[in-house]
Design a protein around this ligand. Structure first.
Ligand code: AMP
Ligand code: GLY
Length: 423
């Protein structure tokens, strides 16, 4: 197969790294890619939502299968675009159609889906500009902290957790009435605060059957001890030590099965990844959110543990024969640590030379916000690279990643030194 991966982050470099090892992969393309993908595939200078340009490139390069990394093209309907085009309809797309991508594209849609299919999640109500007064009353009926979620995609910034009632009311007004998150906050979901420890579960589905990939735990805050601003993710560990067999069985029975069955019942075609953000409340798993793609940096920890040929898996998903595939997982733990630009997730500088990549021999280095420039690799984003290691325990893996990071340098490089601290 000729395969195209859409995206430019660490997640996409990891997909490309794994697909480059596939016996099914004849030619590999990444759009737009980064310095990491450039070394193992052909980068195409195309944006992930430029559907017409993607179309031309798919035809020109005889692409058989497209793997969609980020959510934007899915929510904008890239899979539907392929199905509706006579020249593209036989090209396989890994990623759900637009209607199902609403699981990530609209928080209200996701909550209604969970209610309809009895999937455990926080209690909620949703509000618009028209009934903002009722929103204030609903907030008064809740105990702090207050959880406010912009309904639409807001680049990971649309969730606010506030301790003060007046502040919560003011934020609700700012979202609904003043358009704090633009179109994304014309509707706001207010939900019950859940207290517990978070983990992520990754499911592959071909719309008929499903397979569960290893769990991972992501570290979202910029600062050590889980403090400071939210980021895209500063590191991840797989598997999650507190996810025992009994707990995983409950996740499968109470959440994964009803989710896949619910998609079928609601007639929502789904070939792709379902990323279920979970929280363990007491002994119970509850859903915080759905994403319709893999996590980043969770992919950088999860895929290195997958022994099965990823090309075989994607082929089986596209032909609805996923039930025939045996998913083999490496028993070792993995960890990934993100190196970020100083200042991220706020303003930061780009174009800093990255050195030492070739000196890392004990870990995998996945490029994210990094690009090739002349014969150098320079920073081009906030999250710059993910350093993944294996270990018999996650502690061993974490230690190895930190040792490898000693070799890597760029001006104002920052990373968290406490990944795994809470386990
Ligand atoms: P989301 O974008 O829905 O994943 O929310 C971002 C983060 O906000 C989650 O990873 C949680 O840490 C937190 N969060 C979201 N919803 C809740 C909730 N109902 N209770 C507690 N924390 C939450
Ligand atoms: N690391 C969280 C995400 O990919 O949404």
């Amino acid at each position: 197969m000729n395969i195209l991966v859409l995206g430019s982050g660490g997640r996409e470099h990891t997909f490309a790294w794994k697909l480059a090892q596939s016996k099914r992969c004849k030619a590999l393309f990444v759009a737009p890619g980064n310095s990491g993908t450039e070394a193992i595939a052909t980068n195409l200078n195309i944006g992930v939502t430029d559907f017409e340009v993607i179309k031309n490139s798919v035809i020109q390069n005889n692409i058989d299968l497209v793997v969609v990394g980020p959510e934007d093209p899915l929510v904008q309907g890239i899979h539907d675009f392929f199905l509706q085009d006579s020249a593209l309809k036989n090209v396989a797309v890994i990623g759900p159609q637009k209607a199902a991508a609403e699981l990530e594209g609209s928080k209200e849609f996701a909550k209604e889906f969970m209610m309809r299919h009895n999937i455990p999640t926080a209690a909620y109500e949703s509000f618009t500009k028209q009934n903002v007064e009722e929103g204030y009353k609903f907030l008064e009926s809740l105990k702090p902290p207050y959880v406010l979620k912009a309904d639409g995609l807001a680049a990971g910034k649309g969730v606010l957790i506030l301790n003060d009632l007046n502040e919560a009311k003011a934020e609700l007004k700012s979202m609904l009435v003043d358009g704090k998150f633009g179109e994304a906050s014309t509707k706001v979901v207010i939900e019950e605060f859940l207290e517990g420890i978070e983990l992520s579960c990754f499911v592959l589905t071909d719309g008929k059957d499903y397979k569960i990939l290893p769990t991972a735990k992501d570290y979202k805050r910029i600062g050590e001890g889980d403090t400071g601003l939210n980021t895209g993710g500063m590191g991840a560990i797989s598997p999650v030590p507190f996810a025992t067999k009994g707990f995983l069985d409950r996740i499968e029975n109470e959440i994964v099965k009803p989710t896949v069955e619910g998609l079928k019942k609601d007639n929502l075609p789904y070939v792709g990844f379902i990323f279920i953000g979970l929280i363990k409340v007491g002994d119970d798993p509850k859903v915080i959110e759905y994403n319709v793609r893999m996590g980043d940096p969770e992919t950088e920890a999860v895929l290195p543990r997958l022994k099965t040929d990823l090309g075989d898996i994607f082929e089986a998903m596209a032909t609805q024969t996923l039930s025939d595939v045996n998913i083999e997982i490496d028993d070792r733990a993995t960890t990934t640590i993100m190196l970020v630009s100083g200042g991220y997730p706020e303003a930061y500088e780009k174009g800093k030379e990255i050195t030492g990549i070739e000196s890392v021999t004990d870990s995998l280095v996945f490029h994210a916000g990094a690009k090739a420039q002349d014969d150098k690799v320079v920073t081009s984003g906030g999250r710059v690279m993910a350093v993944t290691s294996y270990g018999n325990t996650y502690q061993e893996a974490v230690k190895k990643s930190y040792q490898s990071i000693e070799n890597l340098h760029f001006d104002k490089m920052y990373y968290r030194k406490d990944i795994g601290f809470d386990l």
